[in-house]
Design a protein around this ligand. Structure first.
Ligand code: ATP
Ligand code: MG
Length: 565
């Protein structure tokens, strides 16, 4: 077997994902066209990563791993006016947190600025590029439309020496921004607008986060991207569909430059998700206009937002794996992501008790001033998770919703004269309802069956309902933030402004929630199930005075029900 065949045989197991990109990679390895697969994940450091980027990472890093190759992390930092060091750092943190590893292979397009500049001169010398003195507006006017061809610039046929001299003087800083550009000389009548003498260098007197003031001309995305792929030895340059029309230009540049390697571009459908906007521009707007509390607001689809919300990286990877990779645009239901989160957390999250909307209960038969500790399993399905002690005493709190003054028959919780099981504790019966002057229920009086410790009556009588509770004397107060979709419609922006479609109830802050005392030791990013209410994670806003929890997700999975999965 050839080296390539060995790599393929080792790498592709029965349950490896199959999709058209992987099929191309496999065919290239099998045919020996490629020895080692090299992919790259190429974020522009002009914003934070979002869950759409996780799809791209899963594909690029996934392919490299499955086929025994490597995946580079490359910062596509060619636009200094929008790029910042802060983003470079946060992107690396997010990629790592998701569990992807670029090893030694961290690159920057800006590392190639000198080489790219040289290749700009190379194109001029070969009659394949020219300096254009038209203004940006004039260039636009000359470009034509989808139905009409463009017009040649009057500078298109200036002698190569003249273009070369001007390009050098552009680099030397002799001209102001926008005065001139370098354009590839391709075809102003091309049906593909990207081939109508695209701009490949522009003058920008701007400080670059990495190269500082060394440059005042910068390559465009199209000129930097493919050439950086070639320099790094990338074999499969995988990008989203909006670059499909750029592929002829990608190929033209590679074919007209003395590049050391021949990369190929492939396009796949970007992730679109209901109730979500995935565009850095829109996400930046949400932050700068204060519609959310920051980049890592738990309602944001950013990696840092999902993380703060308590969504584990494994659930994100599971999700982007399940949606697959296709060639045509589609819309994924956010319910699928939520389903992946629940499915994982149901297995891994420890259980705790917390009362979000407390109603006081006095157990009159329980001795005053006494308390005891009850054993509570941390996971109902897995003894490996162990157990903890929860304190119990005469006064407890239960969820207001778990009491009804005039309950229907099927309400198996508390009501006057009704018996219910307190999780891990006793069977109690409601004997009296106390109201305030406004007629609101403020307290319940109950009796307990002392022989039912642990939850079952010795006489074997059946008690259907089980409710959670916390001990009044031991509970710790907390703020709980409950989230809903950031947008109120599944297709935000479809009828105009994204901002108009923001869901006014996307956050609900619950004050005065009461938690079992072991939650003092909760940690951020570690999701817990609060029994019967959902999955929750400690928020970094917490202090020793005040704990704050985020609801990662509720328990009810309407997606699974609808899809029957
Ligand atoms: P946005 O459109 O959100 O502003 P972008 O394409 O400008 O994103 P880049 O930093 O250029 O962001 O993206 C890095 C890589 O991630 C690119 O290869 C891009 O195609 C890919 N990517 C961006 N958004 C998505 C998405 N929603 N689904 C899949 N891949 C994406
Ligand atoms: Mg981009």
């Amino acid at each position: 077997m050839s080296e390539a065949e060995t790599a393929t045989a080792e790498a592709t197991t029965e349950d490896s994902p199959r999709d058209f990109v992987r099929d191309i990679v496999r065919a290239d390895l099998d045919a020996g066209r490629v020895q080692t697969v090299v992919t790259r994940f190429p974020p522009e450091p002009n914003g934070h990563l979002h869950i759409g980027h996780a799809k791209s990472m899963s594909l690029n890093f996934g392919i490299a791993e499955e086929f025994g190759g490597r995946c580079h992390l490359r910062f596509d930092d060619t636009n200094p006016t929008k790029e910042e060091m802060e983003y470079i750092e946060s992107i690396q943190r997010d990629v790592r947190w998701l569990g992807f590893d670029w090893g030694e292979h961290l690159y920057y397009a800006s590392d190639n600025f000198e080489q790219l500049y040289t290749w700009g001169e190379h194109l001029i010398e070969n009659g394949k590029a020219y300096v254009d003195d038209l203004s940006p507006d004039e260039i636009r006017e000359h470009r034509g439309t989808l139905t009409e061809p463009g017009k040649n610039s009057p500078y298109r046929d200036r002698p190569a020496e003249e273009s070369l001299d001007l390009f050098r003087r552009m680099r030397a800083g002799e001209f102001p921004d926008g005065a001139r550009v370098l354009r590839a000389k391709i075809d102003m009548a091309s049906g593909n607008m990207n081939m109508r003498d695209p701009v490949i260098y522009r003058i920008l007197h701007a400080h670059h986060p990495r190269t500082g003031d060394a440059w005042c001309v910068y390559p465009t995305y199209d000129f930097a991207h493919g050439q950086s792929d070639a320099i790094e030895g990338v074999t499969h340059s995988i990008c989203t569909l909006e670059f499909e029309d750029h592929r002829p230009l990608y190929d033209w540049l590679i074919e007209n430059l003395p590049v050391p390697n021949r990369p190929y571009q492939y396009e796949f459908a970007r992730l679109n998700m209901t109730y979500t906007a995935l565009s850095k521009r829109l996400l930046i707007q949400l932050v700068t206009e204060g519609h959310v509390r920051g980049w890592d607001d738990p309602r944001m689809p950013t990696i840092s937002g999902l993380r703060r919300r308590g969504i584990p990286p494994e659930a994100i990877r599971d999700f982007v794996g399940r949606i697959g990779v296709t060639k045509s645009d589609n819309m994924i239901e956010v319910g699928l992501l939520e389903h992946c989160v629940r499915e994982l957390l149901n297995k891994t999250a420890e259980r705790r008790m917390a009362v979000l909307n407390p109603l006081k209960v006095v157990i009159e038969t329980y001795p005053e001033g006494e308390s005891e500790e009850l054993e509570a399993a941390n996971h109902p399905g897995d003894p490996e998770y162990g157990s903890r002690k929860v304190p119990f005493c005469r006064e407890i709190y239960v969820e207001r919703d778990d009491f009804m003054e005039d309950p229907p028959k099927k309400f198996f919780r508390l009501g006057p004269g009704r018996e219910v099981r307190l999780r891990f504790a006793y069977l109690i019966t409601c004997t009296e309802v106390i109201k305030n002057e406004a007629g609101e229920v403020v307290e319940l009086r109950c009796t307990h069956d002392p022989d039912s410790r642990g939850g079952n009556a010795p006489d074997g009588r059946k008690v259907k309902g089980t409710i959670h509770w916390v001990s009044a004397a031991h509970a710790i107060p907390a703020e709980v933030r409950v989230y809903d979709h950031l947008y109120s419609r599944p297709d935000p922006g479809a009828e105009g402004s994204y901002i108009d479609d923001l869901n006014p109830d996307s956050i609900q802050v619950l004050e005065g929630c009461l938690l079992e005392p072991s939650l003092k030791n909760a940690e951020p990013e570690k999701a817990l199930q609060f029994e019967r209410t959902g999955y929750f994670t400690l928020d970094p806003d917490s202090s020793s005075e005040k704990l704050v929890f985020n609801r990662t997700i509720g328990l009810r999975d309407s997606w699974a029900k609808v899809k029957g999965s």
